[in-house]
Design a protein around this ligand. Structure first.
Ligand code: PEP
Ligand code: MN
Length: 343
């Protein structure tokens, strides 16, 4: 349930509501918006009628039930969009964030060259896998801690904040020492032990949509993070499994608009895994931005034909530069050049 405070509610009145929510057996979560303060009562087993009765408490405008099963990620709980700060890069604000880099970190030279290339082409964050979720155990599994060190070096060199995937609770502390943002891969979207652990860390999370997850399941996965105390969450649409086999996955751009309607969390799009086809990445990127996406994450390799993973869907640096330029094309002004302002 949420308690909407009136515009002129005092701090004391808000404190009183927080106290009463605790007494009724729920956890209070306060959102101070531009317009008003909202106090959500979440959890199970509390006494709902005691929350309903707060509608007549001083400073309260009204009390309403949260219609959706996800509570803290819901727009009802926070009407203003959340802005997630990743080492100074703001996701969810007026500018589109472009994360780019290789699927996997393969060597120091490969990553540093790619990082400098994507930065000069307009990327604002660097991606690179250290721990790779591969379908086959015989495929390249990532360089682990060595890759984390190379990523940190690339950040020093370029100033680009780093996002990398975490697959196991065991690796969380180590990855936190090196990365600015931790990615939960599509295959781990419902790894609840991992989500619970990531809820307790002081780093932003990039939560990819599972290949077979509904929008509701995706938002409930995000709810685990917020409910556990980490509200720095960015959602990522990366394509889902359908009957269609012409593209690697089926990119669900309507889900981007829907997730933004249902939730205050920023949403970005991964056209690389979403299509598996370099030729479609420009079109899907432009479509994603037009749909209201807050950013893109694109796989770029200095030499895709030599990549140890996902080379077939990776752009080379020149192709990536053309995709970024197409987003800022003055004849199709989705974005304002230099500022990457949202459409
Ligand atoms: C990746 O980003 O390289 C990756 C494995 O993505 P996903 O989890 O979306 O498949
Ligand atoms: Mn990949």
């Amino acid at each position: 349930m949420i308690v909407n405070m009136s515009d002129n509610a005092t701090e004391q009145q808000i404190e009183h509501i927080i106290q009463r929510i605790r007494e009724a057996g729920f956890q209070p979560h306060v959102t101070r918006g531009t317009e008003r303060t909202i106090v959500a009562a979440v959890g199970s087993g509390g006494r709902r009628h005691e929350i309903e009765a707060l509608s007549v408490a001083p400073g309260v405008d009204n009390v309403v039930a949260i219609a959706q099963p996800f509570k803290l990620v819901s727009r009802q709980t926070r009407p203003d969009p959340s802005i997630v700060d990743v080492a100074g890069v703001k996701i969810g604000g007026p500018h589109v964030v472009i994360m780019a880099g290789p699927c996997s970190v393969e060597s120091r030279e490969q990553l540093l060259e790619t990082a400098q290339g994507v930065k000069s082409a307009g990327a604002t964050m660097l991606r690179g896998g250290a721990y790779k979720p591969r379908t086959s155990p015989y495929e390249f599994q990532g360089l682990g801690v060595e890759a984390l060190k190379i990523l940190a070096e690339a950040r020093e060199l370029t100033g680009l904040p780093v996002v990398t995937e975490v697959m196991s609770t065991e690796d969380v502390d180590l990855i936190c020492e090196y990365a600015d943002m931790l990615q939960v891969g599509a295959r781990n979207m419902q790894n609840f032990a991992l989500l619970r652990r990531l809820a307790t860390i002081d780093k932003p999370i990039l939560l990819k949509r599972g290949p077979s997850a509904t929008v509701k399941e995706w938002l409930l996965a995000a709810e685990y993070l917020l409910a556990g105390g980490n509200n720095r969450v960015v959602l990522c649409e990366r394509g889902i499994k359908t009957f269609e086999t012409a593209t690697r996955n089926t990119i669900d751009l309507a889900a981007v608009a829907l997730a933004k309607e249902l939730s205050h969390l920023p949403v970005i799009v991964d056209p690389s895994h979403g299509t598996g086809k370099p030729s479609l990445i420009g079109a899907v990127s432009r479509g994603a931005v037009a749909m209201g996406a807050d950013g893109l994450i694109i796989e770029v390799h200095r030499c895709p034909e030599r990549a140890l993973s996902d080379g077939a869907q990776s752009l080379d640096i020149g192709q990536f530069e053309r995709v970024v330029r197409s987003l800022t094309d003055p004849l199709r002004p989705l974005l304002v050049i230099g500022q990457l302002a949202k459409a």
